[in-house]
Design a protein around this ligand. Structure first.
Ligand code: DGT
Ligand code: CA
Ligand code: CA
Ligand code: ZN
Length: 586
């Protein structure tokens, strides 16, 4: 039994331990019902509103699906970070085997078999065995399985240790909240790639001022710390559960701006900024900007540093050395879009297809977020597994949406569809049906393996269809999971510009598609952008936060984004209402 923790684990951390136990039981070939109970338990804990650590056994058992045994385990995990069952399982299997288990497409049976037959204990062992062709020799494996394993290992290698922006932000926010309770007077902020809003990040970088060495002590004692990599009074580094490395720096208030600037990066941006200092015979580092005699010129604020170097302050999202220094020196930085500029969200789903909530619930949540209009864009028929709509259901849903919208004061719901772009570039619903709607988002969801010529022609054909207003998630990429489809983005952008079709920045954390650089290219060629949540539940309406960050990294201003327009102007900006386009029947 482990020693009690200073601070109990939060629900997410408890859930992770439960999942680990389920994984280990699966390796052992245990009773599937028992395994399921742990997985369900993890789900319940992760989604519970109350902290598991604050409840006694009876309180935990009041949660559905939590029996006596599980309640005991949860209590133990929350207070000690582990439990007897887990510790015992880890005497039977090395912990490194869990990483093998998490490899895409390698199930517990395979892992257990390879452990038994080839003594494969880690990803390293697995790679060696696969490359040496030893896996195909194991009964029940074969050359095909070996190839799949090599591919999974390669993918993992490419994504190793990187995390989605939304997740990294959540982990950083939790860590900062914890640190703030230890040092209420300190200012603690996220720097590095997370502050720049980059789509993925390698590690978390935190910067604190107004704190003493006890902050670093609290940092290394954070409940989810797995390993302390370094620990000094002004600098510490830890490995957190979930594979996040986090670095903390504590600096003096008069150096705060210099440290913020330095640790925000990017490296390429910093090098270019430092070159400007060097050109003046000055020196710039994380402690400040200094003249040739080592007198401090600036350092307390970032603004002071940029100003001293003849530039306007540059928003973190732009700091990639993609022309921002020149623009800042010329006073020509864009006036970047902010979250409050969004007036509508025109891509989301309801229970009519694969969404989790009704039209009414989505509307209430969107209103509560301060939006003025939304479009309901459920899937079309060819996505059968989402219960996609055929023409008849599309007409009916549109009637229902418009009737409901008419009952609302100061809010409008547009009747739309996320229409599938079929493999040949034709659309999934007939022309009359599409023309009758208020808005059509067209997206690719199938035949993602097409070659570049085919995929590009397919999307352009959809863009040329007069009923299409917006192309959804153009490349279909899934960050850290699936590469973008082979599509010539530049040609698509030119076609969108020629036809007055907008391109979407899909704000789903694992999509962010268009990417920042593609969105910037689109804007440069005169294409309007729509920032949409693609929400399938109310919480997901908040995803536009990530879409906004991506838009800012793309240098977009309010005017570049069509759903910043109030409704009448938004409607007028849609392709269907532009000159030469078909007019909507509705
Ligand atoms: P990541 O963690 O891979 O997502 O990317 P960053 O940008 O967060 O990079 P990281 O964590 O290695 O370093 C944080 C910032 O510190 C980086 O953006 C710029 C600054 N920095 C780190 N190493 C150097 C360096 O060698 N030279 C300069 N000028 N800046 C550096
Ligand atoms: Ca970093
Ligand atoms: Ca770092
Ligand atoms: Zn979609």
């Amino acid at each position: 039994m482990s020693a009690p923790l200073a601070v109990p684990l939060d629900n997410r951390a408890v859930a992770r331990v439960l999942i680990e136990i389920a994984d280990l039981l699966e390796l052992k070939g245990e009773n599937p019902f028992k395994i399921r109970a742990y997985r369900n338990g993890a789900d319940v804990v992760a989604h519970a509103a109350e902290a598991a650590s604050a409840l006694d056994e009876a309180g935990l058992r009041a949660w559905s699906g939590i029996g006596k045994d599980l309640a005991t385990r949860i209590r133990e995990i929350a207070s000690t970070g582990s439990c007897g069952v887990r510790d015992e399982l880890l005497t039977e299997f090395p912990e490194t085997l869990l990483e093998v288990l998490r490899l895409q497409g390698v199930g517990p049976k395979t892992v257990a078999l390879l452990y038994k037959e080839l003594h494969i204990k880690s990803l390293e062992d697995l790679g060696q065995a696969a490359r040496a062709g030893r896996i195909r020799g194991v009964k029940g494996m074969g050359a095909k399985k070996e190839e799949l394993i090599l591919k999974a290992l390669d993918e993992r290698q490419r994504h190793a240790g990187r995390h989605l922006l939304a997740k990294a932000t959540g982990v950083a926010d939790d860590l900062i909240a914890y640190l703030t309770t230890h040092a209420p007077a300190a200012t603690i902020v996220t720097v590095g790639s997370v502050r720049r809003g980059a789509e993925t990040s390698g590690d978390l970088d935190l910067l604190a001022t107004g704190a003493d060495a006890s902050l670093a002590d609290a940092f290394v004692a954070y409940p989810t710390v797995e390993r302390v990599l370094g620990h000094g009074p002004t600098k510490a580094s830890v490995l957190l559960r979930g594979g996040y490395q986090a670095d903390l720096r504590v600096v003096q208030p008069d150096q705060r701006g210099a440290a913020l600037q330095y640790f925000t990066g990017s490296k390429a941006h910093n090098i270019a900024v430092r070159d400007r200092a060097l050109a003046r015979g000055w020196k710039l580092n994380e402690y400040g900007l200094f003249d040739a005699d080592d007198h401090a010129i600036a350092g307390a604020t970032e603004d002071g540093i940029y100003q001293a170097l003849g530039m306007n302050w540059i928003a973190p999202e732009l700091r990639e050395n993609r022309g921002e220094l020149e623009a800042a020196a010329a006073g020509a930085l864009p006036n970047l879009i902010v979250a409050a500029d969004l007036k509508g969200d025109v891509h989301m789903h309801t229970t009519e297809s694969d969404g989790r909530e009704s039209l009414e619930t989505m509307v209430a949540a969107a209103r509560a977020r301060g939006l003025q209009y939304i479009a309901i864009t459920d899937h079309s028929q060819s996505l059968a597994m989402t219960n996609g709509l055929d023409e008849r259901r599309t007409y009916e849903a549109a009637d229902r949406i418009r009737a409901y919208s008419a009952t609302l004061k100061d809010f409008t719901v547009l009747a739309g569809i996320e229409c599938d772009i079929l493999a040949d570039g034709t659309l999934d619903l007939d022309d009359d049906c599409l023309a009758s709607l208020d808005i059509v988002v067209a997206s690719v969801h199938s035949a993602m393996q097409q070659d570049e010529a085919e995929m590009t022609a397919r999307v352009i054909r959809a863009i040329e269809h007069p009923a299409v207003d917006i192309i959804g998630h153009l490349t279909g990429r899934m960050l850290l999971r699936r590469d973008p489809a082979r599509v010539n983005v530049e040609k698509v952008i030119d076609a969108a510009a020629a036809n007055g079709v907008a391109l979407e920045i899909n704000s789903q954390p694992y999509r962010l598609d268009l990417s920042d650089s593609h969105a910037r290219l689109a804007r440069d060629r005169g294409v309007k952008i729509a920032i949409n949540s693609d929400a399938h539940e109310v919480e997901a309406l908040g995803f536009t936060r990530w879409g906004i960050l991506t838009a800012r990294r793309a240098w977009l201003a309010k005017d570049d984004v069509i759903n910043t327009l109030p409704l009448p102007a938004f409607r007028g900006a849609l392709r269907r209402h532009r000159q030469g386009a078909v007019s909507s029947g509705g």
